[in-house]
Design a protein around this ligand. Structure first.
Ligand SMILES: Cc1cc2nc3c(=O)[nH]c(=O)nc-3n(C[C@H](O)[C@H](O)[C@H](O)COP(=O)(O)OP(=O)(O)OC[C@H]3O[C@@H](n4cnc5c(N)ncnc54)[C@H](O)[C@@H]3O)c2cc1C
Length: 409
């Protein structure tokens, strides 16, 4: 691991690697490449308000340590997720205590501070991080040119927009989340499964009696989760298909709370809550690429593969693929022509494992088997999933980190 104490350097106009996207995946790649090649990161500004995606499984401790950010993470005061109560597949409440998890408790994150901590790790190791900035365009250079890409980047500082910045690089890492901006530009096809959306809001619950407990429960048109967060707020989230009638009726946080009152676990926690933020909707369906890499690019985190939130594995996947991508990129820069092409096959193995778990957990819920939300999820596994996946993960550590766990007990 290179020294972490260097000051962030100015952005050169020729790079070995440009990382696009300043979320967990982009920050992880950039931090792991620091000191090994000429790398820089560009990313959009963080959105106002709280951010969804807050449950970090306990297994993340290993990768946070490998990334050299464990101490910084531990000092941030995220809330331990001690237990989980679920109502899934029967009317019996299942209680799971982290005491019986070999990794211990996971966390309910202050997501914005978590992302900022990771980005700071890249910065403090000397990676020029241009944030806020947006990748405007990518142009592939003629075969044989050592600098494979010409990139145009839009910068904004305060209220001032600058002329776009132009730079060249050998490899581009797509860490743009579900936008998969680089992959699409490189010619990859984006595939999406279903219409799952997450309606969510943050509220202040009347008590913190259930702090540290994740609640998960299904209903006729989808499933709920809720968790108390480090700032004292509580996230309430309902996953459903965007075209179903209840989804179309939802307009406000008050509507969401009203619906939640009819549930057992989430309702008990949220009754009497004060609304903190307006209702938001996020795309939550699985998304994948026909190819997650090419000879001069690769996709990490959600850009390469994004999960149904039932998996609760998006962040872990972003950190693991971010870290492993740094190894693949270094091998490629050292002349290994298989390093980037084989990346796509590895992402395929993660997807195959995820699909198996995903189908298993949805199949456990049969109480509303005739309802459209559940009928759509009781289908026979997609033919050929994982059939062409042959490559092993790039390193043994990838094997120990990668996981396709799923929320319910
Ligand atoms: C409803 C919901 C609930 C979830 N809950 C959980 C959970 O409990 N636990 C969990 O582990 N995961 C959860 N996830 C998934 C998790 O949030 C994602 O897996 C994770 O954020 C992916 O990180 P990333 O770095 O790949 O992408 P992102 O976090 O999406 O970051 C991508 C960044 O790239 C930027 N970007 C996009 N285009 C450009 C461009 N052209 N130029 C520059 N920058 C660009 C974006 O603005 C963004 O900042 C959830 C997801 C959803 C939708």
């Amino acid at each position: 691991m290179p020294s972490h104490a260097m000051a962030a350097a100015p952005l050169p106009n020729e790079l070995d690697v440009l990382v696009v996207g300043a979320g967990p995946a982009g920050a992880a790649v950039a931090a792991q490449l620091a000191g090994h090649c000429r790398v820089a990161l560009v990313g959009r500004a963080v959105q106002a308000g709280r951010a969804i995606g807050e449950t970090l499984p306990a297994a993340a401790r290993v990768i946070l340590s490998d990334l050299g950010v464990w101490d910084a993470f531990a000092a941030q005061g995220h809330r331990p997720a001690w237990s989980r109560r679920s109502l899934w597949g029967s009317s019996e409440i299942i209680f799971q205590d982290a005491l019986f998890d070999p990794h211990g408790a996971g966390w309910h994150l202050d997501r914005k501070r978590f992302d900022a901590m990771l980005l700071e790790a890249a910065r403090s190791r000397g990676v020029p991080c241009l944030v806020p900035a947006t990748l405007r365009s990518l142009q592939r250079q003629p075969p044989g040119a050592p600098m494979r890409w010409r990139c145009l980047i839009d910068r904004v500082q305060g209220d001032t927009a600058h002329d776009p910045l132009e730079l060249s690089c050998r490899i581009v890492v797509d860490a743009t989340g579900r936008a998969a901006r680089v992959a699409r530009q490189a010619g990859a096809q984006v595939h999406r499964d279903g219409r799952l959306a997450c309606f969510h809001a943050w509220v202040e619950p009347p008590s913190h009696e259930h702090a540290g407990t994740t609640m998960i429960e299904s209903d006729a048109e989808g499933w709920w989760y809720s968790a108390d967060l480090p700032d004292g707020s509580c996230v309430i989230a309902w996953q459903t298909d965007i075209d179903l009638p209840e989804a179309r009726r939802l307009r406000s946080t008050a509507d969401l709370l009203e619906m939640a009152h009819h549930t057992a676990l989430v309702g008990a926690r949220s009754r009497g809550s004060r609304v903190l933020e307006p209702l938001r909707v996020a795309a939550a369906r699985e998304q994948w690429l026909d190819a997650a890499s090419g000879p001069d690019w690769l996709a990490v985190g959600d850009a390469g593969l994004s999960f149904d939130p039932l998996a609760s594995q998006g962040l872990l996947n972003s950190l693991v693929t971010g870290s492993e991508a740094a190894t693949a990129v270094r091998r490629s820069l050292a002349g290994d022509t298989d390093a980037l092409p084989s990346w796509s096959a590895w992402i395929g193995t993660i997807r195959a494992a995820y699909r198996t778990h995903h189908q298993h957990y949805y199949a456990l819920e049969q109480r509303w088997a005739a309802e459209p939300f559940w009928t759509r999820r009781q289908q026979v596994p997609e033919a050929g999933i994982g059939a062409d996946v042959t490559a092993a993960p790039t390193s043994p550590s990838a094997r120990s980190h990668s996981s396709a766990g799923t929320r319910p007990a």
